[in-house]
Design a protein around this ligand. Structure first.
Ligand SMILES: Nc1ncnc2c1ncn2[C@@H]1O[C@H](COP(=O)(O)OP(=O)(O)OP(=O)(O)O)[C@@H](O)[C@H]1O
Ligand SMILES: [Mg+2]
Length: 269
């Protein structure tokens, strides 16, 4: 059996156990009051955002595809009682991290929804870079219990928070499929009570990180790259994912021909 197959087998065996009662750990005990408000506020540098294709901070016609995706995600999440959503792709550069941040801001404009976005691409973390942020700690510090999430999490407004990863770690596959990671994620969820958790993952083909982690999620949103990702690869990836979790949908990213579909710029605001 290759590594991937072993990871799939392990994840299958462990699936089901993740819905056991969420543990209330140090995250909760330390919080007191609304724990979101004790997270460090983010200062957004707008010129950097545009350079990194982050457009969803404010609404408007150009943002419609992300807002549309947000609403579809929210509908499905509410319908199925899903909260934890991993952004995955068969190969690299399909746009997971860019989409995660745009979706984050799109969710952030929905004031009745609390959204937590964690950078779990521990091989090539990007979210802090895209948002031009620095963080003293990283997600592995939280997952390995060196610091609580309150020391890492950064918030934009009072209903959107990020957990950044600043540098790659060598043991990412083992860390992401450890029981401790499952426990810590449950503790964070119990303390912060997000409506939606988005996890930015590494590409499926690059490692077994994503497969090992999927026991922790309710569903995946798969991104593919228009004119680059072969249909057969999407098909195989979807089947592999469906063995382990729910496939919420497939987003064909970087479509050039979509202009006009969302171009309601002739009178709608
Ligand atoms: N909708 C889009 N249209 C055009 N370019 C895009 C789009 N989304 C992302 N990109 C660009 O594609 C590149 C890869 O994007 P991103 O880093 O978000 O992908 P990724 O799937 O997270 O990559 P990795 O697998 O390496 O983590 C970036 O240069 C980004 O700006
Ligand atoms: Mg990425």
């Amino acid at each position: 059996m290759d590594r991937l197959q072993i990871a799939i087998e392990k994840a299958r065996a462990k699936r089901g156990s993740r819905n056991s009662a969420a543990q209330i750990g140090p995250e909760h005990a330390a919080a007191g009051g609304d724990p979101w408000l004790s997270l460090t506020p983010i200062e957004i540098k707008r010129p950097m955002l545009e350079r990194n294709r982050i457009i969803a901070l404010s609404g408007g016609p150009g943002v419609a595809p992300y807002d549309h995706l947000r609403t579809r995600i929210l509908q499905q999440a509410r319908q199925h009682d899903w909260r934890r959503i991993a952004l995955v792709s068969p190969h690299s550069a399909c746009g997971k991290s860019t989409t995660a941040v745009n979706l984050a801001f799109s969710f952030g404009r929905q004031s009745d929804v609390r959204t937590l976005v964690l950078d779990l691409d521990l091989r090539r973390p990007r979210l802090a870079g895209i948002l031009a942020q620095q963080s003293e700690f990283s997600m592995p510090d939280v997952l390995e219990r060196r610091v609580p999430f309150s020391s890492l999490g950064m918030r934009y407004g009072d209903n959107l928070a990020f957990g950044f990863t600043m540098e790659r770690v060598p043991n990412s596959a083992e860390l992401l499929q450890s029981q401790q990671t499952s426990d810590v994620l449950s503790e964070i969820e119990a303390a912060y009570k997000p409506d939606i958790c988005l996890y930015d993952m590494p590409p499926m083909m690059a490692s077994d990180d994503t497969f090992g982690f999927l026991k922790n999620v309710d569903c995946v949103l798969m991104l593919a790259e228009a004119e680059k990702t072969p249909v057969a690869q999407i098909d195989i990836a979807e089947r592999q994912l469906a063995e382990l979790t729910n496939v919420m949908g497939i987003v064909l990213n970087k479509c050039n021909y979509a202009d006009g579909l969302y171009g309601y710029d002739y009178g709608y605001e």
